[in-house]
Each structure stands twice: as structure tokens, then as C-alpha cells.
Design a protein around this ligand. Structure first.
Ligand code: MGD
Ligand code: MGD
Ligand code: MO
Length: 769
């Protein structure tokens, strides 16, 4: 690898940098021209495939080139010509592979054979599918209780796979169905139903076209959902305000050039995205929004005194909301000095945001992991809703709340039953459809699954995709505990660390990717997904499968079920696999309000939307209204009080994604927009903190988690890298820094790991040369 380099990125996001980055990965993964042509089918519904990267909505009609830099990388990564088959495993012991990087592991290419870990030789050996399913079925049947097994799902599998997987787990007898959402937008799933009676975004692409104000909190659009930059660019061209709250200046929210527009690519113009950019302190959002609301109340007082139109939407508040008076008291009760200290923003900044907000008629609040992955993640989401409610920005065109989802079908999986919460399961329908009694106790979520693995109560783990061992907190606790599992089964496309930390019986089951043609008894099958705007659509793979032995995910679920469960006269797993229409008919019977006539609706060119009461100002909450919900007193907010910025030698660390990764999948070592090239072993710090802590640029440090539970957690060496980030805050990369995150350090109410606020101390290990 060449020497790492660090220099600020001055070009806009998108543009030529994006085009080069796509070309590079197509060449490196040896994608032939026919493979590159695949990109023309990306995000084209019905006969094309949905991008395997993010969950952002796809416009209808589609753009000619409807993929972004990161979507193209994801497609290239899945369609690589490299293969990771039995020869590879025969020549590399697992103990050796444990020292490989995440990049090197996945870079071996697509998995081609079912593999079983052989302890004696410390290698994976190819086995037949028959043998694999027979042994896994035996192991599952031999468990003492169904709750000893976890059925994890990452957010990529289709609605069809997800539904079948939920039925399998429940027929087996457990609601242990944690998913990647438990590490991601679970704070949303807990917060929004209490506030507005729906668990998902109320915003559609139509609203994005109408809005005149977008507020972004803790979401890195340019990397995490780059296609959204098109909607933001259009919004800016209409003169909409875009107001960003983020501790660091993310390039995509500053400037953008559409890499697919010849005109823009050939001129020096780029669109300025954010009209205001507020670099608040990590965890400072609740305080910042309180400040914006306080400024709005002051503006409303002035308007009333001057006999001018009100700033608050008093009719909406009166007719549609509950809890306003208590909220008003809460907000007015804060002194500006407290809000300034806790948010890291000046009063003037919060007032400027409030003035802009009051000037917009239709406002959308979008947010991501910078909000949800905190100990007060749920309360922060509810605070965003409070802000919207003050001006009636809910249930009207061009307005609403927009949690920007991560994995491409993570939202949909929950819709069709991937949840550990028994209350969310359509028990009566499942009982009627399949004649069995679904389990009535809650299962474990991701954090509870980790706790169960550590304390030994969980003995079997089936993963439908993902890289659980690497994605969860407390790597140094989880890895040794994982080795005590009786059974570890990973359904995957690429080699990752979760395969290498083995249990007593460990399998890798290779599956088709979404971009690939899925041929079954009745011909090529379509599958469906739900995006961030609750739009459900049909897709079809377009590439030849990466290997002859690969099975589709529905086939793998069906064969696991047949090997494990007693025959059920009401459920013909083989028929489902032969014709996915039949799975969709079953989904429609379980969830008729959303999925009636599913096989017909999925073929509508623009897909169909889930009905959402809040979008029609029908509030399915306990009060029957949209609720203002007060956050806890700021003095009790652990992320701003005991954490970093109040103690001088402790920094608050956020763990971030680079522009060259998709979660634990690392495509390369360049974080172009942040100016970091050739390495991921960095800690981004404010220059004043570097000086104050006696460090210098280029020093190598070890970061140690500052908690007092008796466990030593450290990572390093990381290179001290000066960065435009508020004092008291620092940033490192996920998943390398997950070792620092204690499993109990999570959002109190949703148990989303608090990956954006880890208190750390730094220790110099090597001084800069
Ligand atoms: N290319 C690419 N795309 C992806 C992914 C990927 O890894 N790579 N992952 C997918 C998945 S599963 C998800 S969930 C999404 C994640 O996408 P994002 O929600 O964008 O998550 P992160 O990349 O972790 O970045 C969070 C942002 O929050 C900011 N932030 C951190 N702490 C705070 C805070 O306290 N307050 C505020 N206001 N901001 C804060 C960070 O500076 C950063 O800009 O992206 C999806 N899309
Ligand atoms: N510190 C810290 N930790 C975090 C986060 C953070 O911001 N900071 N973010 C969290 C978030 S938001 C999320 S969503 C999780 C992600 O957690 P996961 O969803 O568990 O992890 P991924 O990295 O997305 O999984 C990558 C693996 O999925 C497999 N795969 C890819 N495509 C397919 C497919 O089509 N089918 C199957 N069966 N397998 C496939 C490949 O083998 C690949 O190695 O991590 C969480 N962890
Ligand atoms: Mo996520």
C-alpha cells in the first residue's frame, strides 16, 4: 500500500472524483463490459434490480443512469469475477485468516460452496448441501429450548425471504429475530409510534419535490445515500433552505456536482447544498433543537405583541396535538447559557435556524445514525418531531419526518415480521394460515443476543446475511464468547470475520445476491423490497449467478425449515420456493392492510406505498393525537454531561463510515470527501485538543474507553489527524473501533448501541517522526 495521505478535500461531492472512483472499482474487480452494462438495470423496477447499497427511494420514471458512486461500487463488489471456493479454504487456516483485514477477506470474491469448519485441520471444507441441512437440522432439533437459538437478519434480504425466515423461527418456537435495525433505526421504531403513531418515515419523493425546507441531523448523505443528492440539488434550485446539524462538515451536504450531468461535469459550477451548517457537539442535538424551539417561542411572542400572524401553527397544535403546554414550559424553562453549553452552538446559530424554519411553509426533517446511536437516541427522535409539530409540518404535502434507512430492505423486513417483539406479530393470522401457536414471549434484540452469547444462554446462531460478530459492540467480549456457541450458521455472499470466529459446529452457506437471476421451478423469480419512503416494489436479478451451487435465500430458508420442523400440512415450503407468488399470497394473508393483492400491486410501475395514518393526520397513538413528548432534563443527559466535553482529558468519540465502505464491507482505504487516503487507522481530532493533550499530528495513539466496569477496552495505534471537529469530540472508523463500545452502552429505550458517543482517553504509543 502506498503512504497514507491527509489533505482537505476541496472539490464538490459527485463530479469527476465520483466517476473515477466507480471506474476504478470496475477495473479492480475485473468486471467485464457486460457486467458494467448491468448498471443500466440498477434501480429499474420490475425487470431490473434494486441497488444492494442504501434504502433511498427510487424515482418513477427512473433516471437513465439511476445509480450513484456507492451503488455502483456495491454492484461491482457483488459481481466481481473473483471466487472464494474450496481451494482457497484448503490453503488458508482459519487462525491465519483471523489476522486478515475486512477488506482482504471480502476481496477474495464470491463464496461458491457450502463449507463446514473442520477443527482438526483448522480449515473450512466443502460439504454437500444435503449434509449441511441435515446436520444443521439435527443440531437445531437437539437444542434444549427454542430460545437458545437466535435467527439474525441483516437488512438486505427480500420481503419474501424475510417473511419465510420469520415463519421458520416462530414455528421453531422463538421470537429471537434480531436484525441490523436493532443497531440502526430501532430508536426510530420506538420513538415515532409514541409521537405520531407510525414507525417509519411519513415523507415520499413527492414531498421531497414540494418541500421548501430540509433539516438534516446526523446523516451523511454524500456517502450513505448519495442518490438523495439529486433531490437536494433540485430543492436548492427551487430556493429551498437546507439546514444541517453535524459535528463535522460532510462534503455531500456542502457542495455537489451531478456526475451524470454532462453540463455540470464540464463546467466549474457545483450546487451549494446547505444554506446553514451548524457544527454542534456530539450528542448536542436535543439541546440544539430546544434552542431552536425556544427561539420560535420568542418569535411567536413578538408576532403576537405586534399583531402579526402567529409563528406557531396554533390551529394544528389545538386540533391535532397533545402535550403542548408541558412542552412549552419545558423549553421556555432553559437558560440560553445551558443550551449553548450543551449543544456546542451559539444562541445566534440556534436563532438563525429558527428564523429560517419559520420562513418555510413545508419542512422535512431528515436524520440518521448521528441521532439514533446515542443513549438518548429515542428522545432525540421525539425532539425532532416536536420541532415539526410546532409549525404543523406533519401530515401535509412537502413536510414530515424522514428517518433515512440504511440497508436496502431493512425497513421492509420489519413490515413482514422480522422483530423480536411479540406484540408486533400478526399472531391470529399466522395461527389461522398455518395452524400453529406462535410464541408469545418477546425474543432478544441485538444487544440482548450479545448478552446471551456472553453469558452462555444462547447456544445457536443462524445469520441470514450480515457480519454480526464485526458489527456489534464489544468485539473483545463477543469473539471469545462466540467460540462457546454450539452452532454458528452464516448465510453469506462473501467471506467475513463472522465466519472465522467459529462455534463447535460452523457452516458457511453461500447464496445468490440480489443482482443475480433467481431461477426456480416456475421460471425466473421476482422479489420485493420496501424503501425509506415506505414504497414497495418488485425487482428481478439480471446477472448470471456467481456459481452453480448457489441457492437463493428463500431456498435456504425452506431447506432449513424442512430439515428442522415437523411436516405441516398447511405449509408447502417447496411450493413457495417454486413460485414466489405463493409466498406473496401468504404475506398478503398475514398483513392484508398493506399487502392485499400484492402480486398485482407490486407490478405497478412506481410501486405502492404502505398506508400511513400520520400522513393523513390520523394519529394512531394512545391519546389519539400527535404527541409533544418532553425529553429528559438536559442535566440528566449522559451524552453531554458525564461524557466527553465536560471532562478535559476525555473525548467523545463517534464511529463513522468512510466513503469507501458499506458497513463492515470495506471496498478500499480512501475516504475521499474527508481527505483521508490509504488508511483507516486514524483518529480525527480538533487541533486545540491535540495541543491540549500534549499530542502532535502524526502521533500514533491508543484509544481506551473511559468506563468503570472493570473491562479494559482499547484500540490502536491510530494516527492523530487534525480535523474540523468541535473540541472535546473525535471520530474513528467503524468497525475497527467497535472494540471500544461496551455492550451495555446503548440507547436506553431502544438498545441501539451508542456508537456515536464513546468516552475515550488517548495514550501516545509512538511519537510522530
Ligand atoms: N456508502 C455507504 N452507504 C451506506 C452505508 C455504508 O456503510 N456505506 N451504510 C448503510 C446503513 S446500514 C446505514 S444505517 C446508513 C448510515 O448512514 P448515516 O446515518 O449517514 O450514518 P453514519 O455514516 O454513521 O454517519 C452519521 C453522521 O452523523 C454525524 N454525527 C455523529 N454524531 C452526531 C451527533 O451527535 N449529532 C449529529 N447531528 N450528527 C452526528 C456524523 O458526523 C455523520 O455525518 O447508511 C447506509 N448507506
Ligand atoms: N461502531 C459502530 N457499529 C455499528 C454501526 C456504527 O455506525 N458504528 N452501524 C450499525 C448499523 S447502522 C448496522 S445496519 C450494522 C450492520 O450490520 P450487518 O448488516 O450485520 O453487516 P454488513 O456489514 O452489512 O454485512 C456484510 C456481509 O453481508 C453479507 N451479504 C452481502 N450481501 C448479501 C446477500 O445478498 N445475502 C446474504 N445472505 N448475505 C449477504 C456478506 O457476506 C457481507 O460480508 O452495523 C452496526 N454497527
Ligand atoms: Mo444501518
Amino acid at each position: 500500500m502506498s503512504q497514507p495521505t491527509f489533505k482537505p478535500y476541496r472539490a464538490p461531492s459527485g463530479g469527476w472524483g465520483s466517476a473515477y472512483s466507480v471506474a476504478n472499482i470496475l477495473i479492480r474487480e475485473k468486471i467485464p463490459l457486460a457486467g458494467a452494462a448491468l448498471l443500466l438495470k440498477q434501480n429499474k423496477p420490475i425487470d431490473g434490480f434494486a441497488c444492494v447499497s442504501c434504502a433511498w427511494a427510487k424515482p418513477h420514471p427512473p433516471r437513465t443512469l439511476s445509480f450513484c458512486e456507492n451503488g455502483a461500487k456495491a454492484t461491482a463488489w457483488e459481481n466481481t469475477t473473483r471466487r472464494c471456493g474450496p481451494e482457497f479454504f484448503a490453503t488458508h487456516r482459519v487462525t491465519e485468516l483471523l489476522n486478515w483485514t475486512d477488506f482482504d477477506l471480502e476481496h477474495q470474491g464470491r463464496l461458491t460452496h457450502p463449507m463446514r469448519y473442520d477443527t482438526a485441520s483448522d480449515t473450512y471444507r466443502a460439504v454437500s448441501w444435503e449434509q449441511a441441512f441435515a446436520e444443521i437440522g439435527q443440531e437445531l432439533k437437539a437444542m434444549e429450548a427454542p430460545n437458545q437459538v437466535v435467527f439474525y437478519m441483516s437488512g438486505r434480504a427480500s420481503l419474501e425471504t424475510a417473511y419465510m425466515y420469520g415463519v421458520l423461527a416462530r414455528m421453531y418456537g422463538t421470537n429471537n429475530l434480531p436484525d441490523s435495525s436493532n443497531m440502526c433505526h430501532e430508536s426510530t421504531s420506538v420513538a415515532l409510534p409514541e409521537s405520531i403513531g407510525v414507525p417509519v418515515a411519513t415523507v415520499t419523493l413527492n414531498d421531497m419535490e414540494k418541500t421548501d425546507g430540509l433539516f438534516f441531523f446526523g446523516q451523511n448523505t454524500g456517502t450513505s445515500s448519495p442518490r438523495m443528492l439529486h433531490e437536494l440539488q433540485e430543492a436548492r434550485e427551487r430556493g429551498a433552505e437546507i439546514i444541517t446539524f453535524n459535528p463535522i462538515r460532510e462534503r455531500g451536504l456542502e457542495r455537489f456536482v451531478d456526475p451524470q450531468s454532462p453540463r455540470e461535469m464540464l463546467t466549474p459550477d457545483s450546487t451549494v447544498i446547505s444554506t446553514q451548517y451548524h457544527q454542534l457537539a456530539i450528542g448536542g442535538d436535543i439541546a440544539a433543537i430546544t434552542g431552536v424551539c425556544k427561539a420560535l417561542f420568542a418569535m411567536d411572542d413578538e408576532a403576537q405583541a405586534a399583531g402579526k400572524p402567529r409563528v406557531l401553527d396554533v390551529d394544528f397544535i389545538e386540533q391535532h396535538t397533545h402535550g403542548f403546554e408541558a412542552f412549552e414550559r419545558h423549553v421556555r424553562g432553559y437558560a440560553w447559557s445551558v443550551l449553548e453549553r450543551r449543544s456546542g452552538l451559539s444562541r445566534a446559530a440556534m436563532e438563525a435556524a429558527a428564523t429560517a424554519y419559520a420562513g418555510c411553509q413545508q419542512v422535512i426533517v431528515a436524520y440518521g445514525m448521528g441521532i439514533t446511536q446515542h443513549r438518548h437516541g429515542v428522545e432525540a427522535v421525539q425532539m425532532l418531531v416536536n420541532l415539526l409539530l410546532l409549525r404543523g409540518n406533519m401530515g401535509k404535502e412537502g413536510a414530515g419526518i424522514l428517518p433515512v434507512r440504511g440497508h436496502s430492505n431493512v425497513q421492509g423486513q420489519r413490515t413482514v415480521g422480522i422483530t423480536e417483539k411479540a406484540a408486533q406479530v400478526p399472531v391470529d393470522n399466522l395461527r389461522r394460515q398455518f395452524g400453529f401457536e406462535p410464541p408469545s414471549e418477546d425474543g432478544v434484540n441485538t444487544v440482548e443476543a450479545c448478552e446471551g452469547i456472553i453469558d452462555g444462554s444462547i447456544k445457536g446462531f443462524i445469520a441470514m446475511g450480515g457480519n454480526f460478530v464485526r458489527a456489534v459492540p464489544d468485539t473483545s467480549q463477543i469473539e471469545p464468547a462466540w467460540r462457546r456457541l454450539r452452532l454458528s450458521v452464516q448465510v453469506s455472499t462473501k467471506l467475513n470475520r463472522s465466519h472465522l470466529v467459529t462455534g463447535e459446529v460452523s457452516y458457511i452457506l453461500p447464496c445468490l445476491g440480489r443482482t443475480e437471476i433467481d431461477r426456480q421451478a416456475t421460471g425466473e423469480q421476482r422479489h420485493t423490497t420496501e424503501d425509506s419512503t415506505a414504497c414497495i416494489r418488485a425487482w428481478r436479478g439480471a446477472a448470471e449467478p456467481a456459481g452453480e451451487l448457489l441457492l437463493s435465500e428463500p431456498t435456504i430458508v425452506a431447506r432449513l425449515a424442512k430439515a428442522t420442523l415437523v411436516d405441516n400440512p398447511n405449509l408447502d415450503w417447496d411450493a413457495w420456493v417454486g413460485n414466489y407468488d405463493l409466498i406473496r399470497e401468504a404475506i398478503a394473508e398475514s398483513y392484508p392492510e398493506i399487502f392485499h393483492d400484492f402480486n398485482v400491486h407490486m407490478m405497478e410501475p412506481g410501486g405502492f406505498h404502505r398506508p400511513l395514518g400520520a400522513s393523513q393526520r390520523r394519529w394512531d397513538t394512545e391519546t389519539g393525537k400527535a404527541n409533544f413528548i418532553n425529553p429528559p432534563e438536559l442535566a440528566a443527559d449522559p451524552d453531554t454531561e458525564e461524557g466527553g466535553h465536560e471532562r478535559h482529558d476525555v473525548l467523545q468519540m463517534m464511529t463513522l463510515r468512510s466513503n469507501d465502505q458499506f458497513n463492515t464491507t470495506v471496498y478500499g482505504y480512501d475516504d475521499r470527501f474527508r481527505g483521508i487516503h490509504g488508511t483507516r487507522a486514524v483518529i480525527m481530532m480538533n487541533r486545540n485538543d491535540i495541543v491540549r493533550l500534549g499530542l502532535a499530528e502524526g502521533d500514533q495513539i491508543e484509544a481506551v474507553t473511559e468506563v468503570d466496569d472493570g473491562v479494559h477496552r482499547s484500540v490502536g495505534p491510530l494516527r492523530v489527524t487534525p480535523y474540523n471537529i468541535p473540541e472535546g469530540c473525535c471520530a474513528g472508523y467503524y468497525p475497527e473501533c467497535n472494540v471500544l463500545l461496551p455492550v451495555w452502552h446503548h440507547a436506553k429505550r431502544s438498545k441501539v448501541p451508542a456508537a456515536k458517543s464513546i468516552p475515550v482517553r488517548l495514550r501516545k504509543v509512538i511519537a510522530a517522526a
